[in-house]
Design a protein around this ligand. Structure first.
Ligand code: GRF
Length: 202
């Protein structure tokens, strides 16, 4: 299976996928990353892709006269690589109708909270502020909401009294990287069905 991965930051989730595929081989893992895209320049995620010899592309919202035009450009850039699955690994933009029309049902996102709790761009901060005792991460299909699509996998992380946002997020990311690698591999190797809100992996 062909993966395109979208990033906006440090790219440690992308790196976990790259390392797993290199260690297992694309055949055994069930997928290979064919390109990495971003919504901004000069991020470690793009450097990680370049170091792995992968093609990269950047589509910045501010370069387009409308959000819809950006969405169309992102869709076209991703479609050029003919992916079977698109993975958002810390991609911090909400895609639009055209992208979902093209890749909906095979667009996977990872979120650093136990959805449906704490969706949005500050899931770790919101969980900490709420005083939860456990939080975690969620791998899910992207639908037309924000972090509302059918859930594929979740992992639990305990919150410690001394945690601040970055300490907790780093601990979540340790679980998240493994969860994403495992989930994407299973989807690629075993296939899947989405039945309403349920994701069925045979
Ligand atoms: C991940 O925790 C992701 O869930 C969140 O931002 C983080 C991205 O980390 N949206 P990285 O860029 O993969 O290191």
């Amino acid at each position: 299976k062909r993966l395109v991965v979208l990033v906006s930051g440090s790219g440690t989730n992308l790196q976990a996928l790259l390392d797993a595929i290199a260690a297992q081989g694309p055949e055994a893992y069930g997928a290979e990353i064919v390109a990495v895209g971003a919504d901004r320049d000069s991020i470690a995620g793009l450097e990680r892709a370049e170091r792995a010899g992968l093609p990269t592309f950047v589509r910045k919202v501010k370069d387009y006269e409308s959000r819809e035009a950006w969405d169309a450009a992102l869709t076209e850039a991703v479609a050029a690589y003919e992916p079977d699955l698109v993975v958002s690994a810390g991609f911090m933009k909400i895609v639009g109708k055209e992208f979902l029309a093209r890749f909906g049902g095979r667009f996977v996102n990872t979120h650093p909270a136990l959805l449906p709790s704490f969706p949005g761009a500050h899931g770790v901060r919101d969980a900490l502020a709420h005083g939860v005792k456990v939080t975690g991460c969620t791998v899910h299909f992207v639908d037309d909401g924000v972090d509302t699509g059918p859930i594929i996998a979740q992992g639990v992380v305990e919150v410690r009294d001394e945690d601040d946002e970055s300490a907790l997020h780093e601990r979540i990311k340790e679980v998240e990287r493994r969860l994403l690698v495992e989930a994407v591999g299973r989807l690629a190797r075993d296939g899947f069905r989405i039945e309403g809100r349920k994701v069925v992996i045979p």
